[in-house]
Design a protein around this ligand. Structure first.
Ligand code: 15L
Length: 277
């Protein structure tokens, strides 16, 4: 974690605080901010005196309003974290995000850090590096919900002068687990540091940053990371020897596209090859 806490630091709301990234940030931020409100549908256990716990569903506007009250910066992690049906993705990832952004605007919250995902651009060819200038190319309904959140953030910056960071998070894990993650991995320390930078950097308007560690094999470039001051320190390469062999066969959609296994789900090859009748 960066320099010592000061009175100028913002009051922070973490949504989805009981999830994997939520728990990581909760631990990393304990005692750092003058207020740390931990919201989730399931109860979260406080770790520090400044922790506040709010249990409820952001789809309920009264819960969203209570969550954002007297908050300066929201880190929005809540939602379904992988592919699912529209019945799940629409309310939990799209409508709840609208509900939160609207509550934030109404309450005068100035900054939102949105947990987007690499799956917003997952169907780009893995043979080529990705920046943020390429068009979105979601690989799943989950990826579409992240594209939606990014577009919503862009609009709240342009229309309501808020500051919004969209973190296109890669593979958040204790350690990388397969060959793809040698490029897509983000370790726990880097994840906490990226979120801290997005919370604390001077106003930056709109930013999109890939949430990856300093992996030697990284294929995602984030010019906005510098504006936020994010300098990752972890590198998946330490696990390369044991992980290189854990890979889908060449030609498999999970190997051909940046989004990995999400790209293989329900995939129909435009050339008709290997499609089930
Ligand atoms: C994500 O967005 C998912 O939340 C996570 O489960 C991983 O699959 C990750 O992306 C990834 O691309 O590895």
């Amino acid at each position: 974690m960066g320099e010592a806490p000061s009175a100028a630091l913002p009051r922070v709301l973490l949504t989805g605080a009981a999830g994997g990234i939520g728990r990581c940030l909760h631990r990393a931020f304990a005692g750092r901010y003058p207020r740390l409100r931990l919201a989730d549908r399931v109860p979260v256990t406080a770790l520090h005196g400044s922790d506040e716990v709010l249990t409820g569903d952001l789809l309920d506007p009264s819960v969203a309003a209570a969550a954002v009250r007297d908050i300066d910066c929201i880190v929005h992690l809540a939602g379904i974290p992988k592919e699912n049906t529209w019945e799940q993705i629409l309310p939990n990832n799209i409508v709840a995000t609208i509900s939160l952004f609207e509550a934030a605007r109404g309450a005068g919250v100035r900054r939102i850090v949105f947990a987007s995902s690499n799956h917003a651009v997952g169907y780009h060819d893995a043979a080529h590096a990705l920046g943020i200038e390429q068009p979105v190319r979601p690989d799943s309904r989950y990826g579409v919900s992240k594209v939606f959140g990014e577009a919503l953030g862009r609009m709240y910056v342009d229309k309501y002068a808020m500051t919004v960071a969209c973190l296109r998070i890669g593979s958040f894990r204790e350690r990388p687990e397969d060959s793809r993650q040698l490029s897509t991995w983000i370790g726990h320390c880097d994840m906490a540091e990226l979120a801290r930078c997005a919370i604390e950097a001077p106003d930056y308007g709109f930013a999109i940053v890939y949430g990856v560690s300093a992996n030697r094999r990284a294929k995602w470039a984030s010019p906005d990371a510098l504006r936020l001051g994010y300098r990752p320190a972890q590198d998946a390469e330490a696990w390369a020897a044991e992980l290189e062999a854990i890979a889908p066969p060449p030609g498999d959609p999970a190997a051909r596209f940046h989004g990995g296994a999400f790209c293989a789900l329900e995939y129909l090859d435009p050339r008709g090859e290997g499609n089930k009748p």
